[in-house]
Design a protein around this ligand. Structure first.
Ligand SMILES: [Zn+2]
Length: 297
């Protein structure tokens, strides 16, 4: 699942000697302390956020490593390397009961980068959006996979608040500065894979009518599919192909709709060829009882 969180620039300035060595381990060309501007970021922590999610404390060290070397867009008009910041160090810091990833990033000074640096200094470019991919979301109530256990984030169960604990760091993505304060309450951009349902998205973007229309159409589609399956099973039974009804049902459930349509066409043709014979033999008693009412072919 993709996770996107907001974070903050904390401190900034000239790099230390140790930092400069770390920067040069990432940079293409050898840089001097005067050429770079360093700032630190507080990335993910292990506290429950407003989405009722938190990063697993034990997952933070691995996640910190994944952020090293990741770049950030600091200027939407970016046209050269100067507008790109790069994380050169990240570690887990524990303050009281909170563990968080502290990352350090650098920007090459000069040109438009200086404007970006001035914005960071002035606090204008203060908020940063970071993204990562986590392999597992655990329900804090039952320890099962969140989304499959029935518990809901933000709900209380026996006085305990349910949250999703994000585990198994898989990847970290580029970060970007977000406009302040425009997106303050606009919601953090979070692609949450299968945990973010279409209904929620429709509500968020005012597409409820379209969503309802789609639901209706999909219901009709499902109904058609079911009728198609039933039709094929009935024809197979009517033609006495030798397979049990249960077996036939299992087969048609797994078949693609296109194949079912073709199969139904072929079976119908065969059925029509055999029908006169069946009639001559005195009716269709052998398969009549298998036909459910309302689905007569
Ligand atoms: Zn649960």
């Amino acid at each position: 699942m993709q996770v996107q969180k907001e974070t903050e620039v904390q401190s900034s300035g000239m790099p230390t000697a140790v930092q400069l060595a770390a920067i040069n381990a990432q940079a293409k060309a050898e840089l001097t302390g005067e050429q770079v501007y360093v700032f630190s970021l507080r990335l993910c922590d292990d506290q429950v956020d407003r989405d009722h999610e938190r990063f697993d404390t034990a997952a933070l060290p691995q996640l910190a490593k994944l952020f090293i070397g990741k770049t950030g867009i600091v200027d939407h008009k970016w046209s050269s390397d100067a507008q790109v910041a790069r994380i050169f160090a990240a570690e887990v810091v524990k303050e009281e009961n909170v563990s968080f990833i502290k990352a350090w990033a650098y920007i090459r000074r000069g040109g438009r980068a200086d404007e970006v640096i001035a914005d960071i200094e002035a606090g204008i470019k203060k908020e940063v959006s970071v993204g990562c991919a986590m392999g597992f979301a655990m329900c804090s109530i039952c320890g099962g996979e969140y989304g499959n256990c029935g518990h809901q984030k933000g709900e209380y169960y026996d006085g305990q608040l349910c949250c999703a604990v994000l585990k198994e760091p898989m990847d970290a993505y580029e970060f970007s500065f977000v406009a302040v304060p425009a997106q303050r309450n606009a919601g953090v951009l979070k692609g949450f894979g299968n945990q973010r349902c279409l209904k929620e998205l429709a509500e968020e973007f005012g597409a409820q009518a379209e969503y309802r229309q789609l639901c209706k159409m999909s219901q009709l589609g499902l109904q058609y599919r079911k009728e198609l399956e039933n039709g094929v099973v009935r024809l197979c039974l009517a033609l006495d192909l030798g397979a049990e009804k249960d077996v036939l049902q299992n087969v048609v459930e797994k078949a693609a709709a296109e194949d079912l349509m073709k199969l139904k066409g072929a079976l119908e043709e065969k059925f029509n060829q055999q029908m006169p014979v069946v009639t001559q033999l005195g009716g269709c008693g052998g398969w009549d009882e298998e036909i459910e009412s309302g689905f007569l072919i």
